[in-house]
Design a protein around this ligand. Structure first.
Ligand code: NDP
Ligand code: GDR
Length: 369
């Protein structure tokens, strides 16, 4: 039975990857952080009672900022594959916490690679590094491929640039099977609530159910190449099953503006939106409603709030995944429309219970994102 160690197992990708690896018969070990609240909701469905002798999922407390902890876990587990998914992954937040982001996202990767070297596992343990399309940053050329120059535009992307190159360096210097997956944005119903797609699908569900009035967003002009996380974790696994270690772009090759994603999401619940105005004064208004949810024409449901603007923005991402297609046989299966449908259905279901509570006179908590 192969053993995999997944850092960031409690995150979106960690959950989908855990499902994939368990289905493939792996023994999966995950590193979770100690938190004052439970933080394993995304993987609770795979949880097994720790008192059962032959379990397939094991969780270890740890943190990418703690070398000795990582060394001990890797020594104990002796993994065949490590998927380094742990990171402070929010681009905007990285401007607020640049030093921590560099430590966890940049040096954290070094700590994993160095632990493998120190423990004499360079020939045994393969490493997948969660690299990102944010590395491309300021547009140099499109579509972006493995050979497009990087120009990071945030503390997050700069930290990930270090992680990218240290992975390449350990591969070249020590012959390690260490690979970067340069993944473009991927989303799902498990996506963190403050990333733009999930923020939109949640808000649209709440607006439809009468639980929220306005969706406040930042830059509506940015364009992203969005895929589904389930497809992308399959690509991660395939990257480590190759004969030789290499870096791969995973992307759909289709780019969509934030504004367009908002329209698609409202469309999903039968509400047509039209935008007017510019910059900070732009608004999204109901043009028409058809179907179950009715909002009066002219009602303003989207406003721009500059607090969500970033000091430096990545305007356009569109990936070229031809290498992954050719060498890994990887192509995304989900379309953006299918993903939006799944996310909206999930979030409507999630908030229907809040609607029942509200109708029964109970207070429903507000969330600030
Ligand atoms: P999430 O934010 O959903 O998950 C991040 C995970 O990392 C969580 O499990 C989090 O734990 C954990 N984590 C954060 N800081 C630390 C730390 N210091 N030590 C240990 N664990 C930590 O991210 P995704 O699942 O979306 O992304 C996975 C990886 O892929 C990340 O590295 C991200 O930067 C990268 N990436 C993501 C893309 C995307 O579109 N989703 C695209 C390209 C790259 P906790 O649950 O406790 O917060
Ligand atoms: P991104 O994802 O920065 O691409 O990083 P995010 O969903 O946060 O932003 C995408 C784009 O939407 C614009 N935007 C907003 N973003 C957020 N979060 N909230 C808003 O209100 C809002 N309004 C507009 C942003 O300015 C941006 O242009 C994600 C993360 O998963 C990274 O970890 C990963 O590496 C990259 O994708 C690829």
């Amino acid at each position: 039975m192969k053993k995999a160690l997944v850092t960031g197992i409690t995150g979106q990708d960690g959950a989908y990857l855990t499902e994939l690896l368990l289905n493939k018969g792996y023994e999966v070990h995950g590193i979770k952080r100690r938190s004052s609240l439970f933080n394993t909701a995304r993987i609770d469905q795979f949880y097994q009672d720790p008192h059962i002798p032959h379990r397939h999922l094991h969780l270890h407390y740890g943190d990418l900022t703690d070398s000795t902890n990582l060394i001990r876990i890797i020594q104990e587990v002796q993994p065949d594959e490590i998927y380094n998914l742990a990171a402070m992954s929010h681009v905007h937040v990285s401007f607020e916490t640049p030093e921590y982001t560099a430590n966890a996202d940049g040096i954290g990767t070094l700590r994993i690679l160095e632990a493998i070297r120190l423990l004499g596992l360079t020939k045994k343990t393969k490493v997948y590094q969660a690299s990102t399309s944010e590395l491309y940053g300021l547009v140099q050329a499109v579509p972006q491929s493995e050979t497009t120059p990087f120009y990071p535009r945030s503390p997050y992307a700069v930290a990930k640039l270090y992680a990218y190159w240290i992975t390449v360096n350990y591969r070249e210097a020590y012959g390690m099977f260490a690979c970067n997956g340069i993944l473009f944005n991927h989303e799902s119903p498990l996506r963190g609530e403050t990333f733009v797609t999930r923020k939109i699908t949640r808000a649209v569900a709440k607006i439809a159910l009468g639980l929220q009035d306005i969706l406040y967003l930042g830059n509506l002009d940015a364009k992203r190449d969005w895929g589904h996380a389930r497809d992308y974790v399959e690509g991660m696994w395939r990257i480590l099953q190759q004969d030789t270690p290499e870096d791969f772009v995973l992307a759909t090759g289709i780019t969509t503006q934030i504004r367009e994603f908002v329209k698609m999401t409202f469309d999903e619940i039968g509400i047509e939106i039209e935008f007017e105005g510019e910059g900070e004064n732009e608004i999204g208004k109901v043009a028409a409603s058809k179907g179950k949810y009715n909002l009066p024409a002219g009602q303003v449901v989207v406003k721009v709030d500059p607090r969500y603007y970033r000091p430096t923005e990545v305007d356009l991402l569109i990936g070229d995944a031809s290498k992954a297609k050719e060498k890994l046989g990887w192509t995304p299966k989900y379309t953006l429309a299918e993903m939006v449908k799944e996310m909206v259905a999930h979030d409507v279901m999630l908030f229907e219970k809040d609607q029942i509570l509200k109708k029964s006179g109970f207070d429903v908590k507000n969330e600030f994102e």
